[in-house]
Design a protein around this ligand. Structure first.
Ligand SMILES: [Zn+2]
Ligand SMILES: [Zn+2]
Length: 239
């Protein structure tokens, strides 16, 4: 469904995948669980688009519910695959992949990872870079938000005060912004510091990897989450 002009949510791939539609080409932000390529392709077809029109696949981080369809889609389209260097070895299958702690790890090892194909990251990006996507609104700025994974990145569109947050945070069913569940984080304290740092951005629209997107009105719940994260980080530093 089109959430905002030219920005679509592709439902039903177990995390939120977003499609940005421009005449110059399509940009996908995250690619769901393994097997999601079929759902994403069906969405493209429904828009009257072909796989070859997919120019870029942005991966916010290495987790299996965000990179699942990327290999198949990249092979079919020749799209650029964009991610942070610290998550690249896991995405490319040349380095260890972050796993959840506790019993959930068993589910990952037996059900999800055997179906996951590695994909080459053709363009590594870091903080300070801007991608030429929705350039009239300033382009997508790469924001490093480590903690959930070391290479977790978000993409900020200044002209629309919009953030594709990945798993820097999640939205709860009650419309609040909060950290991802601890068992999925590499370093929750660092994730909290990254969330606090997002307080420097003006954000009205929040499009996270999990939870219902907020197309507007994100400033207040986000400010509450940033304050809570700042308080917790300060207590940790004093303690
Ligand atoms: Zn994640
Ligand atoms: Zn996720």
């Amino acid at each position: 469904m089109e959430l905002l002009p030219d920005i679509h949510l592709i439902d039903g791939v177990n995390s939120n995948a977003y499609l940005i539609v421009e005449p110059a080409g399509l940009t996908l932000v995250d690619s769901g669980l393994p097997g999601s390529d079929q759902k994403i392709l069906a969405y493209l077809r429904a828009l009257g688009k072909t796989p070859s029109q997919l120019s870029r696949i942005l991966l916010t981080h290495q987790h299996v519910d965000h990179v699942g369809g990327a290999a198949e889609l990249a092979a079919l389209s020749g799209a650029e695959v964009i991610a942070h260097p610290l998550d690249t070895p896991a995405i490319e299958g040349t380095g260890p992949r972050d796993m959840p702690s506790g019993p959930m790890a068993i589910l990952f090892r037996t059900m999800l990872l055997p179906r996951l194909r590695p994909v080459a990251v053709t363009r590594p990006v870091r903080a300070g870079e801007t991608l030429p996507v929705l350039a009239d609104d300033g382009g997508l700025q790469v924001i490093e938000t480590p903690g959930h994974t070391l290479g977790q990145i978000a993409f900020y569109l200044p002209g629309r005060r919009l953030l594709f947050a990945g798993d820097a945070y999640r939205h709860t069913a009650r419309g609040e912004v909060t950290l991802p569940f601890k068992m999925f984080n590499r370093d929750t304290a660092q994730a909290r510091e990254s969330l606090a740092a997002l307080g420097t951005l003006a954000i009205d629209s929040s499009l996270p990897g999990h939870g219902k997107p907020m197309v507007r009105g994100a400033a207040e719940p986000l400010a509450r989450a940033v304050k809570a994260a700042e308080r917790a980080s300060a207590i940790r530093q004093v303690g």
